[in-house]
Design a protein around this ligand. Structure first.
Ligand SMILES: *Cc1c(COP(=O)(O)O)cnc(C)c1O
Length: 363
């Protein structure tokens, strides 16, 4: 492993983890139990939205979002290829057709005007990815979705704790999902969360994660009306989530502050441009994203200093499964080969930040 990896899970003190895992083992409820609610409650408080439901992954939460919005065959969903595969696969799994929107010129975020141009009569939803912890232009995207009466889903897997205006992501008038997979801001080993804004959707999402059954009625009083899956987060993962939430503010702030350090100290120039936050956004910088034509040189220089960097994701429209949706995307086509990410997480020390800054400012 590199001395300074691009991703590193934050693991709370083992003594605390073992204590809570022991509680689960002794509770007679090893798969589903109180920690599920305890974790959800703390998460709800953290982002200030009472309608939060844990899922066993961000992927299952994304799939659920599309399903409870009744999206499927014959529908179109717009998203950007610069993302992790689960975003795009949730769309193909739902049966809908994926339609690609472009990135902005100087940023890893989706271009709202590109979304606008891709809307047809069949468009049912847009999935916006707040890539690398940066926050997309929600004002314009919301306006476009409202005017065209299409649903908006926010993929916040990279952006726990980020804000648009004064609001945490996940606390908005549409569906949002988070991921607690191993390399995200906070991990429950694997896990996810879906956040909505009304009781009806909340209840549907609650049944959807457990075979379409309600946990609040006896098995025999239940009557499945709508398909559901086995998407619950178990009591162990939830216990870890519960513990993680005690550290969430501190950890997320460390990402955010490291990001701010780089924004203030790295100089943009002809051949190096950091992706900077849009107006009215407060990002938590899951990683730093930038564009440079000398990507391999910079990766090598950082590597020689023990710092991991790279391109992280393959553009999703180059997977064969999406070949029918492939189109020209002028910005992504032009800048994809220049994209580089470097670490900004809680594990960076002051001298690491200075070193990274020096290398980038002088390579
Ligand atoms: C990690 C991730 C997800 C969800 O992934 P899971 O591993 O299923 O939790 C979704 N979207 C993006 C952009 C991601 O990076």
């Amino acid at each position: 492993m590199k001395r300074i990896p691009l991703f590193k899970p934050f693991i709370p003190p083992k003594k605390i983890i073992y204590k809570h895992f022991d509680n689960v083992l002794n509770s007679n409820k090893i798969s589903y139990g109180d920690y599920v609610y305890k974790f959800e409650n703390l998460f709800s408080k953290f982002i200030n939205n009472k309608y939060c439901l844990s899922y066993n992954s961000g992927s299952s939460a994304l799939f659920a979002a599309l399903k409870v919005l009744d999206i499927g065959y014959g529908d179109e969903v717009i998203t950007c290829p610069l993302t992790a595969e689960p975003t795009s696969l949730s769309i193909s799994m739902s049966g809908a057709k994926i339609v690609w929107a472009d990135i902005m010129k100087d940023n890893v975020l989706v271009d709202p005007y590109s979304i606008m141009r891709k809307i047809t009569k069949k468009t049912k939803a847009v999935i916006v990815v707040h890539y690398s912890g940066l926050v997309a232009n929600m004002k314009l995207i919301r306006k476009i979705c409202n005017e065209n009466k299409i649903h908006l889903i926010e993929d916040c897997a990279h952006s726990l704790g980020s804000k648009y205006d004064k609001n945490f992501l996940g606390n908005s008038n549409n569906l949002s999902i988070f991921s607690f997979q191993a390399i995200k801001h906070l991990t429950t080993l694997d896990g996810g969360m879906i956040c909505c804004h009304n009781k009806k959707l909340y209840e549907r999402l609650m049944n959807f994660r457990w075979f379409g059954l309600s946990r609040f009625k006896s098995r025999k009083k239940n009557n499945i009306k709508e398909n559901g899956f086995k998407f619950e987060l178990n009591n162990y993962n939830s216990a870890l989530g519960y513990i993680q939430m005690q550290y969430a503010k501190k950890i997320v702030n460390e990402y955010a502050n490291n990001g701010k350090y780089f924004l203030n100290n790295i100089k943009d120039r002809e051949n190096f441009k950091l992706c900077r936050p849009l107006k009215n956004t407060t990002p938590t910088f899951w990683m730093m994203s930038a564009f440079t034509k000398n990507r391999s040189k910079l990766i090598r220089k950082l590597k020689n200093a023990g710092i991991e960097s790279g391109d992280v994701h393959k553009r999703n429209d180059s997977h064969e499964i999406f070949k029918e949706s492939k189109v020209k995307l002028p910005n992504l086509d032009q800048y994809y080969e220049s994209l580089i990410h470097f670490p900004s997480g809680w594990w960076l020390r002051k001298k690491d930040k200075i070193l990274i800054t020096e290398i980038i400012n002088s390579f």
